[in-house]
Each structure stands twice: as C-alpha cells, then as structure tokens.
Design a protein around this ligand. Structure first.
Ligand code: GUN
Length: 300
C-alpha cells in the first residue's frame, strides 16, 4: 500500500491563516505589530532562498519585517553591533541570524549575543536549557514544526520507537529531546539517536515506528531500511541540480519514490517539513510580540 503523503504545505497554510487573523486583532485592539529582523551573511544560495521565504511569509502575515544583508567578509563585531541595535529596538520582537555563518565568524558568540527574549529560533543557551527541562520557551522552529505535524496527522507518539538520524543542534538534538519528554499531546516516546559513530544504522532504522532524518544526504534512506507502515519525517533539503529556468532541484534525505510504497506516512521534499519551519518562526515571533507587550503568551 502507498503511504499517506503528509501535506506540510497545507498544514502550514492553515496555521498561517490563524496567525494572520491574530496579527490583525493585535493591530486593531492594541496597535501591536509583530516585528522580525532577518540577518543574512554572504550569498550561500540555500541560505538566500530560506531567508527570502521567511521574509515573504513574514510580510504576507502583516508583520513589521526588516531584512539585513551583510557581505561574506563582514567582521564579527559588525554583526554583534547589529544584534545589539535590534536587541534594543522596541519594534522588533524576533531576531533571526541565518546559519551557517562564514568560518571566520564564531557562531556561538553571535547566537549568545541575541536577547533570549527575542531568540525566535530557540538557539540561545537559555532557551535550549529551558527546552530540555520542559519550561515554556521559544522552541527551535524545525523540531517545533515536526511536533505540530505529528500532532495534526494524529500519529501515535506515546510509547512509539522513534529513531532520529543526525545530532545537529538545530534538528537532531532538540527533536530527540522533545519527543522523549512527557509532553502532551506529542511526546513520551522511546528515542534513539543515530550519528556518524553508530555501528549499525539499519538495525535502528528498521525498528523505528517514527523515523526522523536530518543528515543532508540525498536519498540516503531506501525502502529496505525501514519498517512496513513507519512514519517517515524527512528534514533533508538537498539541492541536486538546477532546472533550465535556473530553479534548484530539491530532494530529501529519503528516496521518496521507493519509501512511499512501504511507509505508513511520509513528508515530501519540498512541501513537508520546510513550510512548517517557516510557519513556526512566525508563531514564535507572534508569541514574542505578545510577551513584550504583557499579553498572555506561550513563551513565559
Ligand atoms: N539554518 C538552517 N536551518 C535554520 C533555522 O531554522 N534557523 C536559522 N537561523 N538558520 C538555519
């Protein structure tokens, strides 16, 4: 049987409609406009495209959007000064520095400079710490999007065997942590994390009820590596070519065509996790705007 295709684009759209309504209400009732600044360093095509997407959605929802583009050779100090400016700017409730940064920039130093109360990416150690101990905070957007997707499709997570491939700070570590927590309605799973030190990856992938892959290897997961009926969450966005019109050809970390014949449900690339990441960034910025204005919110 062919898998259910998890339509991340449609689910993201539905959430964005709700955010848009709330933004209109905030404006009408309190004259509050959520503000987001994106900071992009250099011209990496993937980063340029992600930031463009974030800006487009932010503007479509009625946010106050600021776009900062810095040259590849910018100094660490210049970025720190810019962050300091937006930390102090009352119109800005969310600061996003697109990663990765050029090698001469200390990424940790930059993230640590962002006011944790404007850290809508959930990368600041204060937010990471709060997330791990289960306190309200900004959740990192991709893991947050995966939680929402699993909830929306009614995937049984409690007691499930979840296998995560990849241990990045952005996806692998936080999603593994969130899914093992006693969170409702999505949590309380048994989680295994596989990485470059794992001896037998297939042993683990084959016993996963829910398999989450974030390793950046095109079509790495094939049908023979999964259990019949498993839920497959493909976080990979790999650029494997360019169309004659100059558009990137994308594929995930999963061999979609073969795996969809065996899986119970699967996220496509594009149109799966990607749109959810952008949407949860907007959700975090909206909640931040409410927090900064003393209204009830989900962050504190
Ligand atoms: N690079 C890849 N994913 C992300 C993300 O979610 N946020 C930021 N800031 N950079 C990224």
């Amino acid at each position: 049987m062919s898998a259910k295709i998890i339509d991340g684009k449609a689910i993201a759209q539905e959430i964005r409609e709700n955010i848009k309504k709330e933004v209109q209400e905030l404006k009408e009732k309190y004259n509050i406009v959520p503000g987001l600044v994106t900071i992009l360093v250099g011209e990496d095509p993937a980063s340029v495209s992600y930031v463009k997407g974030k800006q487009k959605v932010s503007q479509s929802l009625g946010f106050y959007s600021v776009e900062e583009k810095l040259p590849e050779n910018v100094s660490e100090n210049e970025i720190l000064k810019l962050i300091e400016k937006y930390n102090k700017d009352p119109k800005i409730h969310g600061i996003l520095v697109q990663l990765p940064l050029p090698r001469h920039i200390n990424e940790r130093k930059i993230i640590n400079a962002i006011d944790p109360k404007k850290d809508v990416d959930g990368f600041h150690p204060i937010n990471v710490g709060k997330m791990v101990i289960g306190e309200p905070c900004f959740l990192p957007c991709t893991p947050y999007g995966i939680l929402v997707l699993l909830g929306k499709i009614g995937c049984p997570v409690e007691g499930a065997e979840v296998v995560v491939l990849g241990r990045s700070n952005i996806v692998g570590k936080p999603i593994a942590n969130l899914l093992m927590q006693k969170r409702k309605p999505v949590g309380n799973a048994t989680v295994t994390v596989c990485h470059t030190g794992t001896k037998d990856i297939v042993f683990h992938t084959k016993r996963a009820d829910i398999l989450i892959i974030a390793i950046g290897k095109p079509k790495f997961i094939t049908a023979d590596m999964i259990k019949e009926g498993a839920v497959i969450i493909d976080v990979g966005i790999n650029r494997i070519g360019v169309t004659p019109e100059g558009k990137a050809i994308l594929c995930g970390d999963v061999d979609f065509e073969s795996v969809k014949q065996k899986a119970g449900a699967i996220t496509p690339v594009p149109g799966g996790v990607g749109p959810m990441t952008v949407t949860m960034l907007m959700k975090n910025t909206l909640e931040s705007a409410k927090m900064w204005n003393g209204l009830p919110n989900e962050i504190e």
